[in-house]
Design a protein around this ligand. Structure first.
Ligand SMILES: *[C@@H]1O[C@H](CO)[C@@H](O)[C@H](O)[C@H]1NC(C)=O
Ligand SMILES: *[C@@H]1O[C@H](CO)[C@@H](O)[C@H](O)[C@H]1NC(C)=O
Ligand SMILES: *[C@@H]1O[C@H](CO)[C@@H](O)[C@H](O)[C@H]1NC(C)=O
Ligand SMILES: *[C@@H]1O[C@H](CO)[C@@H](O)[C@H](O)[C@H]1NC(C)=O
Length: 447
């Protein structure tokens, strides 16, 4: 056997094993969890009763929104949206207690106390870096953002970092009031940006400020990109039609996604069809150059996420999840990422009853796209029925056979020579390992 034949055999056997393990096809969907109302993992039934009796837990105020997944554990946010009371925790992990699915406060109960500015006040979104197992949580710092009685502005907005291996808080950064307003911000979604093999920046949308905030983990400084033209609702986008009913959501910049090469950030407003991109060089340097309309989505959307090759987003008026095959459009149009137009939009999954309001997306390391479908149009019009048998919130996973934009980022963004030498050494080790395996296997076969 010559060298090439040996390698080929090895790759073939790997591909076959993969196919045997995954009988799944692209687009196969599973409902993982569903709830009419949420329940927490309480210290005891007595404590739960006390919380219900004194109004500290009200089932009709608790709805899941954000989702991220790490090593098959699901982390969810419960935003303190419509009320300043009745939502005891804002960040949870899904656990099985006996045969029941419960939401366990993450990392613990003490970290959820309203008014304690070390604790989480209002969490909508988080990002998990699969390379380190760290979760970056954005905390609005406010309580009851859309409460009829008005919001309580008790704490500054912040980014809190948890190590998911130890469940410890490893860092916390307050935003200064002149960057993120303590009494009027709606930090909505977050992505991470890698430079030289490390997480260097976070980009965070602020629905109320029509801004994208930048946080530099190196210098611990923060600044904002505000662009009214691209970051607010559009005149024809504020009404979202869902199953024939009109819902008004004239809200600003919200869903956000990072290109897998870390060159462009993509964003869209809730009340808008337009998808924009801005170069990360602009965000990193505090400028405003290069904002570009990429194209119009087929519907308004809430969350979005880039895998290692495609952009996934909800289609609110179609009760569907779609994706943009950017590589195909670049080939078809013969244009690079900085000039290509959003054209090829493909529906991944759809269900008019069960997939209403595709809120937030997550991509795990096993090839699944996860999302929450939570009927927010009903919650925000006071028409969600928490007493009937209707399912209000669902969590889905769809097989896409792709990983997230963050997969392998340390190696891909490490441009220094030490990194290259390290990478080179690794591939030589890999080569020897493949050779060894193949020879070993063929010896076994001839036994
Ligand atoms: C997943 O993608 C890899 C290539 O990246 C391919 O070899 C494999 O067959 C795919 N698996 C499935 C189940 O589609
Ligand atoms: C409600 O009861 C719980 C459990 O005893 C307690 O921790 C909480 O502070 C009470 N909340 C109010 C608003 O009294
Ligand atoms: C619903 O909104 C559309 C615009 O999106 C408008 O043309 C239509 O008249 C509205 N229908 C109702 C019943 O308000
Ligand atoms: C909620 O659903 C139940 C049973 O499906 C029904 O009896 C009740 O009237 C509904 N409540 C509202 C406010 O629609």
């Amino acid at each position: 056997m010559n060298h090439r034949a040996v390698l080929l055999t090895c790759f073939l056997c790997l591909a076959l094993t993969q196919n045997e393990v995954d009988s799944q096809k692209f687009g196969d969907v599973q409902a993982v969890y569903e709830w009419t109302t949420l329940d927490l993992d309480w210290p005891s039934e007595a404590v739960k009763e006390e919380f219900i009796n004194n109004g500290s837990f009200a089932v009709d105020k608790n709805v899941v929104s954000g989702i991220k997944v790490y090593k098959n554990e699901v982390y969810l946010s419960i935003p303190r949206w419509l009320s300043t009371t009745g939502i005891p925790v804002s960040l949870v992990k899904v656990v099985k207690v006996g045969s029941e699915v419960k939401l366990r406060p993450y990392p613990d109960w003490a970290s959820q106390t309203v008014g304690d500015c070390q604790a989480l006040q209002y969490v909508q979104s988080m990002e998990i870096d699969p390379n380190t197992g760290r979760m970056y949580v954005i905390d609005v710092g406010r309580n009851g953002l859309f409460a009829q009685s008005g919001a309580q502005n008790l704490c500054p907005a912040k980014i809190v970092v948890f190590d998911l291996h130890t469940d410890q808080r490893v860092a916390s950064y307050d935003f200064p009031d002149d960057v993120v307003k303590r009494d009027d911000n709606f930090l909505n979604d977050i992505v991470l940006d890698y430079v030289d093999g490390q997480v260097k920046y976070a980009y965070i949308t602020d629905v109320n400020a029509h801004s994208i905030h930048v946080f530099d983990f190196g210098t611990k400084r923060a600044w904002s990109l505000n662009d009214e033209a691209s970051m607010k609702a559009e005149p024809d986008g504020g009404i979202i039609v869902i199953n024939g009913k009109n819902y008004t959501f004239s809200l600003g910049v919200n869903g956000i996604a990072m290109s897998p090469n870390f060159d462009y950030l993509y964003y869209s407003s809730i009340g808008a069809y337009s998808l924009y991109q801005v170069p990360t060089s602009t965000l990193r340097n505090g400028g405003s150059d290069g904002i570009r309309l990429v194209g119009k989505k087929g519907s308004q959307s809430d969350g979005m996420a880039f895998s290692c090759k495609r952009l996934y987003y909800g289609a609110l008026s179609k009760n569907a999840v779609c994706y943009w095959d950017i590589e195909k459009d670049m080939r078809d149009q013969n244009k690079d990422i900085s000039h290509v137009t959003l054209n090829t939009q493909t529906q991944l999954v759809k269900d008019d009853q069960k997939m209403q309001w595709q809120d937030t997306f997550a991509i795990d390391e096993e090839g699944y796209l996860w999302f929450t479908a939570d009927r927010l149009q009903l919650l925000f019009t006071n028409t969600m029925n928490f007493t009937g048998s209707e399912i209000n919130m669902r969590i889905y996973k769809v097989f896409i056979n792709e990983t997230s934009y963050l997969h392998g980022a340390p190696g891909r963004t490490n441009n220094n020579t030490a990194g290259q030498r390290f990478g080179g050494t690794l591939s030589i080790i890999n080569l020897f390992w493949s050779l060894f395996l193949t020879v070993f296997l063929s010896l076994k076969r001839t036994e």
